[in-house]
Design a protein around this ligand. Structure first.
Ligand code: NAD
Length: 459
């Protein structure tokens, strides 16, 4: 067992020693550990709900759907691990007959997983699923800004896993930086773009590969050709879930002028349906993580006309679901990722205005388009770039294990979920296998008379 007094370097050394025993490479061992992880989450459901309630006032339903729901990701890995770990045959050209080739996935070694505070449980456990399935040891660093969940993760992992295999190191920026000073075989980071740059810089010093799951401003386009009721419900859900503190929450709306008024009335109706007359009294609406973010978000409220909501209560870190209109394109709320329950609405008369606006900003993590028009859908897919896209919905692409999830450009590097998580934490080793059956002398010196044959083969 590793005691609390061990330094970070000692902990990594213990994990490296354990990794070198080869035990984590055994497929049955990995399968067993995934089952143990599933059991750990299952047995801690109440504790997870309580910790998230204390950190974010997260409603039980949302904790179940978006954090305990990570069980589905574990089950998916359990179901597919045998297929993922099988070496794959690769074709070899006739010139190399009778040789064969195979690709072997192998674990990377000791990996570091750093998490954010918004989904503080699942965004540590979900990458861990990939790390275990691929046969690695892992050090987990949850966010200090969700201290109850961080502590729960530490206790839970200690209870089910040997620290030489998987361990949690709790702490803030300083702890994170101490970890980053060490050599890992992979760093998987979920957090903001600014910190992502710090992570990549630190990793570069040790030539450690990184996955960066970052954020950004995810636009949501609303065409006139929609089912208005379904659209309003799906956007209201995606935006105000977890009080807007989701990396793939629709950040701002681009709405066709023709339907804007009707559509915003429908959003208002939906908000009333979801959270009642006063969302502050709804048990289904979360709070802002801390005072710093509350103040940052409160300042955004001054940057436009409040169409819906706008109420705040600092003592409860409450900000009502808010819709903002008449925002200048230079306003901070249109520059920074919002990451809160404030939805700026911009109208367009021609879709090229909306596309130009999206393209003038860094590539987003997600892009949402509501339209029945297939040509319009294709146009947006062709002309914009984003980590992922949801047509006629928000956020749901995240929950599909067979879809790789990640950003592009400023919204991230690398992908995970399902097989992509396994790939992220694996090295694909190419193996060429010759036989002693034949040994054509074409490649060997002396080359005299052989060049013409080579020229004919290569062309
Ligand atoms: P953050 O970048 O502030 O912190 C993330 C982690 O990095 C924490 O564990 C923190 O301790 C550590 N950290 C912070 N500053 C550091 C520094 N200077 N050096 C080293 N480590 C440091 O992010 P956050 O505020 O916790 O989360 C919000 C951000 O995360 C948003 O931008 C959101 O879009 C993004 N996010 C992305 C995804 C995704 O899947 N792509 C998911 C959730 C959140």
């Amino acid at each position: 067992m590793i005691s609390q007094e061990l330094s970070i370097a000692d902990i990594i050394h213990k994990q490296r020693t354990y990794f070198n025993t080869g035990q984590t490479k055994d497929i049955n061992f990995r399968l067993e550990q995934l089952k143990i992880l599933k059991q750990a989450v299952t047995e801690h459901k109440d504790a997870i709900i309580n910790a998230l309630k204390a950190d974010l006032n997260k409603p039980e339903f949302e904790s179940y759907a978006t954090e305990i729901g990570v069980i589905q990701e574990i089950s998916y890995a359990i179901k597919h691990i045998k297929t993922w770990t099988k070496p794959k045959k690769a074709p070899v050209s006739l010139q190399l007959f009778p040789a064969s080739a195979r690709i072997y996935p192998e674990p990377l070694g000791v990996v570091l997983i750093i998490g954010p505070w918004n989904y503080p449980f699942s965004l540590i456990i979900s990458p861990l699923v990939g790390a275990i399935a691929a046969g690695n040891c892992a050090i987990l660093k949850p966010s200090e800004l969700a201290p109850n969940t961080s502590h729960l993760l530490s206790e839970m992992i200690k209870q089910y896993f040997e620290p030489a295999y998987i361990t949690v190191i709790e702490g803030g920026v300083q702890t994170s930086q101490q970890l980053l000073a060490e050599k890992f075989d992979h760093i998987f980071f979920t957090g903001g773009t600014a910190v992502g740059k710090i992570i990549m810089e630190a990793a570069a010093k040790n030539l450690t590969p990184v996955t960066l799951e970052l954020g950004g401003k995810s636009p949501c386009i609303v065409d006139f050709d929609i089912n208005i009721e379904h659209t309003a419900r799906r956007i209201t859900w995606g935006k105000f879930l977890n009080a807007g503190q989701s990396c793939i929450a629709p950040d701002y709306l681009l709405v066709d002028k023709k339907i804007k008024e009707n559509f915003l009335d429908e959003i208002q109706k939906t908000l009333q349906e979801f959270y009642g007359d006063n969302p502050a009294r709804s048990s289904d609406y979360a709070r802002i993580i801390n005072k710093k973010h509350f103040d940052r978000l409160s300042n955004f409220l001054k940057e436009g006309e409040i169409r819906i909501g706008g109420e705040t209560n600092p003592s409860e870190l409450y900000i009502a679901p808010t819709v903002l209109e008449d925002i200048s394109s230079t306003a901070t709320v249109m520059q920074e990722e919002i990451f809160g329950p404030i939805l700026p609405v911009i109208e367009y008369t021609d879709i090229t205005e909306a596309i130009d606006l999206i393209k003038s900003k860094p590539k987003p993590l997600a892009l949402y388009l509501f339209s029945k028009n297939k040509n319009f859908q294709q146009k947006i897919l062709k002309e914009t770039s984003s980590g992922g896209v949801c047509l006629n919905d928000t956020m749901k692409h995240y929950s599909v294990s067979s879809l790789p999830f990640g950003g592009v450009g400023d919204s991230g590097i690398g992908k995970y979920h399902g097989k992509s998580s396994f790939d992220t934490f694996s090295h694909y080793k190419s193996v060429f296998h010759n036989s002693f059956l034949l040994d054509l002398k074409l490649l060997y010196a002396p080359y005299k008379d052989k060049l013409s044959i080579l020229k004919r083969v290569i062309g």
